[in-house]
Ligand binder design. Structure first.
Ligand code: PMP
Length: 416
């Protein structure tokens, strides 16, 4: 571990080498080289405590939730509901306003289908931004097609930040909903969602925020953001895949019809008609990913131990170091220089295709992502088909950044 990893700033009271040791996968070798995992924006690695929580559920408590009165059924239900409570505290929202679901993709579709579809009409408009993930574009397109609403797009400035003047100029009376990401999965740009949601609310516009890339990196106070909907995904925040949540204002949850029908979401079913369960259960049809949510509860506990403020400080140190080192690589262009950024760096190297770079880096043990990152409109904005993306997490190290930059120098020469 280098001197910088036992470093001297706010995050320094934490022993990050010990934190890293909680992640068994990070000791792996790939192609005979120590793994450098720089793809956490894609999915995060899991600490021992999360893996153990899932394992323990299947070994000792496995039963379905909310159906059985036997001991195991009660244990499973209690643990599942405890995860909801933990997540509510983590986000600073009421847990009975949290719909547990498979992730952000489901959460945003729930908003689009259950809130927007019955409400939007021809002449209405939806505002999205240039930096959205496809999960926050395609559901709105499907709703727009079915309702006759149109989509307007907020554009970016040269730093890859939202052009707020242009965004606010779009918020005209026909706009019914603004849906935007909190943090860009490609540029790392952190959007000032609190200010944006306040402006939208003043104009009577409902706001949905995609928090997939914010929840793993920042202390979140969703209540203070003042949005109407906030979506998160568990697998990017040290939790299992297939877990996530939608927070929604109580009045929306009460007014929204169910999205998916089935067991768990009802009070009484007759062939003449069904009485639905109360929110949030009204939106949780079928057997959920019980073990996954118990794992997500453990992930929330885990993240709360260093605390999100320390995690953010640690990641900002890593980001600053990576940005500085990468800027020394000849011909390397970083996409997005937002003043407020999470530890995500998209880049291209002159003369090299993104996939070639990523493939050769993989042979050096470095896992980065290459491609469009499910953000075609953003790639269109930059006029490139793909970028490389190195995304860091608190469990990465300064030494890994150095090894990555050295490997990049090596493969750049091979390709050049
Ligand atoms: N939005 C953003 C900003 C994302 O980065 C991702 C995941 N890449 C998603 C949405 C989709 O989330 P999920 O994996 O939960 O479907």
């Amino acid at each position: 571990m280098s001197r910088m990893d036992a470093s001297s700033t706010a995050a320094s009271t934490i022993d990050w080498a010990r934190v890293r040791a909680d992640f068994p996968l990070l000791t792996r070798q790939v192609h005979g080289k120590p793994l450098i995992y720089f793809d956490s924006a894609n999915t995060g690695q899991k600490p021992e405590s999360v893996i153990e929580a899932v394992d323990d559920f299947y070994r000792r408590h496995n039963a379905n939730v909310s159906r059985a009165v036997h001991a195991l059924g009660t244990e499973a239900t209690d643990a599942y509901e405890a995860a909801r409570t933990k997540l509510g505290k983590f986000l600073n929202v009421r847990s009975d306003e949290l719909v547990l679901c498979s992730g952000t993709t489901f959460a945003l579709n729930l908003v689009a289908y259950s809130w927007a579809l019955p409400r939007l009409q021809p002449g209405d408009a939806i505002v999205l931004t240039r930096m959205e993930h496809h999960a926050n574009i395609v559901p709105w397109q499907l709703v727009a097609q079915r309702t006759g609403a149109t989509i307007k797009v907020a554009e970016l400035n040269e730093r890859g930040e939202l052009d707020l003047d242009q965004l606010y100029s779009l918020l005209t009376p026909e706009v019914k909903v603004l849906s935007l990401t909190h943090v860009s999965n490609v540029l790392g740009t952190v959007n000032p969602v609190r200010e944006i949601c306040r402006e939208a609310r003043r104009r009577g516009i409902v706001t949905a925020v995609d928090g997939s890339q914010a929840a793993p990196h920042r202390a979140l106070d969703v209540a203070a953001i003042g949005c109407d909907f906030y979506a998160i995904t568990g697998h990017k925040m040290c939790g299992p895949t297939g877990t996530g949540a939608l927070w929604a204002r109580r009045e929306h949850l009460a007014a929204m019809p169910p999205f998916i029908g089935g067991g768990e979401m009802i009070k009484e079913v007759r062939f003449e008609g069904t009485v639905f369960n109360d929110p949030p259960h009204k939106f949780e049809a079928g057997t959920p990913n019980i073990a996954g949510f118990i794992g997500l509860g453990a992930a929330v506990d885990y993240l709360s131990s260093p605390g999100m403020a320390n995690i953010e400080a640690r990641e900002q140190e890593l980001l600053a170091h990576a940005t500085e080192e990468l800027s020394k690589v000849p011909g390397l262009r970083i996409f997005g220089q937002a003043r407020d950024r999470a530890a995500v760096i998209s880049f291209l190297v002159e003369g090299a295709h993104a996939h070639d770079l990523a493939t050769l880096l993989d042979l050096e043990g470095v896992a980065i992502r290459s491609g469009h990152h499910c953000a075609h409109p953003l790639m269109q904005h930059f006029g490139v088909p793909a970028t490389c993306r190195a995304s860091l997490a608190f469990y990465n190290t300064h030494d890994e950044v150095d090894a990555f930059v050295a490997a990049l120098g090596k493969v750049r020469k091979l390709l050049g």
